[in-house]
Design a protein around this ligand. Structure first.
Ligand SMILES: Nc1ncnc2c1ncn2[C@@H]1O[C@H](COP(=O)(O)OP(=O)(O)OP(=O)(O)O)[C@@H](O)[C@H]1O
Ligand SMILES: [Mg+2]
Length: 511
């Protein structure tokens, strides 16, 4: 709950009230705990409090249970108990200013990005490419750049990869080796991505992340909720997409120095997916983005079942921790539990390891940074209840929010600008047409030469009967007809060559 007078977020009730210091929010946060222990409810409370403070937030909604934030909360036994036991005299139910986004465009404004915006690194991860293959993908991007070809959607990238593959020898000197194997592997990976419906993410209008940083008329920060139920079925796409959003934010925002509150808060649910099977280079990249984005005033909250799901380099940067209950069934669980307990500044009043296993739903071990950036001693606490609805909103309510959003028209209409695909197809068509034209010309020259010879031989055996002379004009006519036939044959040949070349270059044409 945001306490305006004190400019603090009242997060939980432990041995004393626990407040989150807004100026330390950009030292990032972690919400962890076994399933059903209260992570999402904690996330809702925090998102609401930041919004009340005038800070826009972004949330990935994996189960659809965040949609309820557009509606006022209702009293439950659990909430009544919390209100009474915590003495929440100023507690009231309310709804929040929400905007829905959805990569599939069904339950929110469609979210797209361009291939260029996503860049070769993230795409390599998305396509599961090895080092050599991603090296080739980088070359494809550079050649597109140098040739001024826009890479907007997947068909642009497909055409570009094919083009670079076909002209590998020519580009080798300037850009390095482009092996047919790597080109083939990238093409196969692109096909797989398309089969999974990945083409829907790429194109225009691309999401302008600046649209997230907005406020309702009453000054509360907008809650941008990305519907992820469908997206989450493709974990790699989900993780890559969220990472792209983070890096866009990083690029968009200027250095901010120390602020009294963050500019935006980014909640990354199921964050372990980001690191699952991730190559070291990517983990390094995430670590860097998370570290640097701090100075831009962005607060990132990782939500995951177990803190050990995150690499140490990322955990090391997290200042604020809400650790819900953990279960320890296996030796691995026990190890993770010990590590989670040890990550806190010890409280002599209790044993963190034991407490972690005994916490009830909505309870957590909490440690936050004070205004000097020093982590507080860990406390066992109950998290305050959120003020908006704990349930998912009905489809109709979601549609109403979408309909009344100022962003509705901006993202609805799909654009298809002239980009690499169109330009390369035209170039190829032009080449094929030129070749066909040259061939036609050659055939014509040959025929003329033949005609000349025939005329010459007729003149040498000259002055035969008048019937013969009259037939020469009909011969001329016949020749013209023959010329026509050849011409049209050459035309057909030309067109066929053109077609098969295009097919060979781009595969079956879509349009
Ligand atoms: N602070 C709280 N105040 C009131 N009720 C709570 C609180 N925390 C949790 N609950 C109750 O517990 C239920 C489960 O909590 P929640 O959905 O947050 O779990 P979760 O950790 O996100 O689970 P999962 O890993 O499955 O997503 C909620 O629907 C709510 O009824
Ligand atoms: Mg949850």
């Amino acid at each position: 709950m945001y306490l305006k007078e004190q400019h603090k977020i009242w997060l939980a009730c432990g041995s004393s009230p626990i407040y989150l210091e807004p100026s330390m929010a950009n030292r990032h946060g972690l919400i962890a705990g076994a399933t059903g222990t209260g992570k999402t409810v904690t996330l809702k409370l925090l998102a609401e409090s930041f919004s009340d403070m005038g800070v826009p937030v972004f949330l990935a909604d994996i189960k659809g249970d965040l949609t309820g934030m557009c509606q006022m909360g209702k009293e439950t036994k659990h909430i009544r108990r919390s209100i009474d036991s915590m003495g929440l005299t100023e507690y009231s139910y309310t709804s929040y200013p929400v905007r829905f986004f959805d990569v599939y465009g069904a339950q929110g404004h469609p979210v797209r990005t361009t291939i260029s915006d996503m860049g070769p690194e993230l795409l390599s991860r998305l396509l599961n490419l090895n080092d050599t293959q991603s090296g080739v993908l980088r070359i494809v991007f550079r050649i597109a750049d140098d040739r001024g070809l826009l890479l907007l959607d997947l068909k642009d990238l497909r055409s570009m990869v094919q083009y670079v593959g076909d002209n590998a020898r020519e580009y080798k000197l300037t850009y390095g080796n482009i092996s047919p194997q790597s080109v083939g592997a990238i093409q196969r990976a692109l096909l797989t991505l398309e089969d999974e419906g990945g083409d829907i993410f790429f194109g225009e209008p691309a999401l302008d992340i600046a649209d997230w940083i907005d406020w309702a008329e009453d000054g509360r920060g907008i809650m941008n909720i990305l519907e992820c139920q469908e997206l989450f079925r493709h974990p790699l796409l989900y993780a890559t997409f969220l990472l792209w959003m983070l890096s866009e934010l990083y690029e968009l925002l200027p250095e901010a120095g120390d602020l009294d509150k963050p500019k935006l808060v980014f909640f990354f649910d199921e964050a372990h997916l980001l690191f699952k099977d991730a190559p070291k280079a990517l983990v390094d990249q995430v670590e860097q983005v998370v570290r640097l984005i701090r100075s831009k005033g962005v607060s990132v909250w990782f939500i995951t079942q177990n803190p050990s799901d995150l690499p140490d380099s990322v955990l090391g940067q997290i200042g604020n921790r809400v650790q819900h209950a953990l279960r320890a069934y296996t030796p691995n669980d026990q190890k993770a539990l010990r590590a989670a307990a040890r990550s806190f500044r010890e409280n002599p009043a209790f044993n963190s390891e034991e407490a972690l296993q005994a916490l009830g739903v909505g309870e957590a071990l909490v440690s936050v940074l004070d205004e000097k950036g020093i982590p507080s001693v860990v406390d066992r606490a109950s998290i305050l209840p959120p003020r908006s609805s704990m349930n998912a909103a009905a489809l109709e309510a979601i549609q109403n929010v979408i309909e009344s959003s100022p962003l509705r028209d901006k993202y609805t209409q799909v654009e298809d600008r002239r980009s690499a695909y169109e330009l390369l197809t035209e170039e190829q068509n032009r080449k094929a047409e030129e070749e066909a034209q040259a061939k036609r010309q050659e055939e014509l020259e040959k025929q003329r030469e033949k005609d000349r010879k025939a005329t010459a031989s007729r003149t040498s055996t000259k002055r035969t009967s008048s019937t013969k002379s009259s037939s020469s004009s009909s011969a001329r006519k016949r020749q013209t007809a023959l010329e026509k036939t050849i011409n049209s044959a050459a035309n057909t040949v030309g067109r066929e060559i053109g077609k098969s070349l295009i097919r060979g270059l781009f595969g079956p044409l879509k349009k």
